[in-house]
Design a protein around this ligand. Sequence first.
Ligand SMILES: CCCCCCCCCC/C=C\C/C=C/C(=O)SCCNC(=O)CCNC(=O)[C@H](O)C(C)(C)COP(=O)(O)OP(=O)(O)OC[C@H]1O[C@@H](n2cnc3c(N)ncnc32)[C@H](O)[C@@H]1OP(=O)(O)O
Ligand SMILES: Cc1cc2nc3c(=O)[nH]c(=O)nc-3n(C[C@H](O)[C@H](O)[C@H](O)COP(=O)(O)OP(=O)(O)OC[C@H]3O[C@@H](n4cnc5c(N)ncnc54)[C@H](O)[C@@H]3O)c2cc1C
Length: 672
Amino acid sequence: MPLNKEIQPGDNDELTRERLQATFDTQQMAAALWGSDLARKRRELAKKVDKLTVLHDSKDMSFMTREEKLSENARKVVQMFAHVADIVEDPSDDAEMFHLSSNAIGHEGHPFGVHFVMFIPALKAQADDEQREKWLMPALGLQLIGTYAQTELGHGTNLRALETMATFDKATDEFVIHTPTVTALKWWPGSLGKSSNHAVVSANLIIDGKSYGHHNFMVQIRDENTHKPLKGITVGDIGPKMAYNASDNGFLGFDHHRIPRRNMLMRHAKVDKNGVYTKPPHAKIGYSAMVHVRSVMIGHQGMFLGSASTIAIRYSLVRRQGEIKEGSGEVKILDYQTQQHRLFPQLARAYVFMFAGKEVRELYQKVLSDMEKGETTLLADLHALTSGLKSVVTHLCVAGMEQCRMACGGHGYSRASGIPEIWGVAVGGCTYEGENMVMLLQLARYLMKAVKETKKGKSLGRLVDYLLLPQDRHSLIGRVPQGEYGPHLAAFEHIARRQIFKVADELTKLQDKGMSKEIAWQKKAVELQRAARLHTRFYLAACFHRKVQSVVDGRIREALADLYHLHLNYELLDMVNYALEDAYLKADQVDFIREDMYRLLETIRPNAISLVDAFEFSDRELRSVLGRRDGHVYENLYKWAKESELNRADVLPYFDKYLKPMMLAARQRSNI
Ligand SMILES: CCCCCCCCCC/C=C\C/C=C/C(=O)SCCNC(=O)CCNC(=O)[C@H](O)C(C)(C)COP(=O)(O)OP(=O)(O)OC[C@H]1O[C@@H](n2cnc3c(N)ncnc32)[C@H](O)[C@@H]1OP(=O)(O)O
Ligand SMILES: Cc1cc2nc3c(=O)[nH]c(=O)nc-3n(C[C@H](O)[C@H](O)[C@H](O)COP(=O)(O)OP(=O)(O)OC[C@H]3O[C@@H](n4cnc5c(N)ncnc54)[C@H](O)[C@@H]3O)c2cc1C
């Protein structure tokens, strides 16, 4: 059977020649990346979106003001829901809906972003049956627009310091929601500024003067018809951001605003009409919407890096600059070893982040169904895993995307490349849903607990059972037959385990000297977050291994294995200092890793375009002139530039207003 190679009439010949070299079928690789069902659905929905002009951008968003962006994406999201039944197979499938919104709307935000990613998950996990009936059904039916209002102007990380109050008034069976200070204003919630009319609000539950910590409450903030803020509510937009400017992240204040008692989300924690409080089965069960987003972010971030890699690799096969051999003509920039070294490891990361995203979603679904039954044993594991992955993946994604941008030279800096916007969206992920450093320290807590268990000969679970294994003193990399990569994965494991035990021992020593646990933690915090990073990078490498092993088709497995082996080499070199510290690796082994990495860059080179084609991003979804599937970059860059709002007239008013008078005056002065 012929292999699918994504060749279409009118493609740039250079790209066609590249595509013909592929050793595998891109549609089969897409199935490995997305899962065969989702890959098929993506392909079909992209075709349908192409035909539905109401879903198309009315002009490039780069040339729009914020208000135009908000209005444009509100228009498109409404059209998207109006046509949803004709486009997707299952509107309740988040993954399919995400791809529809990625194609039709892009990633700059829209009024229902937080509604679907946090508001609804919060209701699903935390509202009781009656409350689900009251709010979840209307929310799913788009009768209301919700947001998730937790962060305040003064505090985002330290949730225990949130100031918004929900004081129970027994006499009226209501909560009084109040913002006592300016720092207590809710700040940042997506779509709050101008779009939402409901919010899940985190506030301190106070009953008879006693605080029970923050809980979640359903608050209507705007009138459903006039959209005006309700009495006692102040709400607005927090202003422009680095990116994500089609989202109206907002502020929100309450002046003794009253809501019924039953507006507290009461699936787990409860308050009855007498003010009697019932504790939830797990203290952090109210954090489930955050865990949900962290779990979806992993795959999304992989996709962002996949988009940037697609743009940079396709462009690097169109762009020619300089000669390798004098007189033999200019080469494609992807033929430079430095360009391959810059881009292929990012491509490999995009692949593994997408695989890890799938694994973590499966664990999330399991924990969610356990929670339905009041079972919370796996919550700590999920929290630890998502905290580490969220931090490492977002950090490596933005570092990788920056490489992609620089690899495109000057044109990468233009918004026409599409990279600045996705970079800006991805970098937000380092901050939202828990600042990365803070989340790494959450994982470190879990790892330190795991060490304690290990010392008793027990394991906390599958994610950390490698801590029970003995340490090898020396690596076998380069000491076993060429082509065996078991020792590479073992090196990730060794490095992570060593750092985890090292910092655990250091903490114990400090405490043995009389230092408090908290101060010892501070003294070792940098080392602790390193342990969390190394553990997560081991998890990612092991996840890549699991994926390669699971592929049945030989050609796909071989092409994926090349990326996996490149990933092992590149990441090990990135963290090689840890392996040199205890002489686990010797200098000749480091050279071996490097040489093997250079060999793999050459092996991957002919498959490069097909490895990015396999993401199957449509041009509409990619929104990049440089990353166009057909490779016709230059004529379209020129066309794009002509759309610039500055080109609407040859002479703009500021010339007559400022520059001309200044030059005239200067000329007059020089004539005197
Ligand atoms: C159709 C789909 C469309 C998709 C479109 C997508 C587009 C949308 C894009 C949206 C963009 C942005 C949305 C962003 C939203 C937000 O940012 S919402 C706000 C997020 N905020 C945070 O993440 C705050 C971070 N801070 C925290 O999580 C906590 O404060 C912190 C964990 C740091 C500490 O919490 P405390 O309550 O103070 O904890 P403490 O009392 O010290 O106890 C620690 C203890 O608790 C365990 N723990 C903490 N969290 C959890 C959890 N979630 N689950 C389980 N366990 C948890 C922790 O491990 C400790 O346990 P230990 O046993 O004591 O060690
Ligand atoms: C694009 C975007 C969308 C958002 N959407 C929402 C939303 O829909 N709803 C919502 O409620 N919020 C939202 N947020 C807010 C977001 O969740 C918070 O900004 C985030 O949790 C970080 O909190 P912070 O801003 O208080 O940072 P800070 O905690 O002030 O962080 C500042 C620095 O202090 C360090 N730091 C803080 N605490 C510790 C610690 N314990 N140990 C070590 N270092 C520490 C951090 O590592 C960081 O370097 C959004 C934010 C962004 C950027």
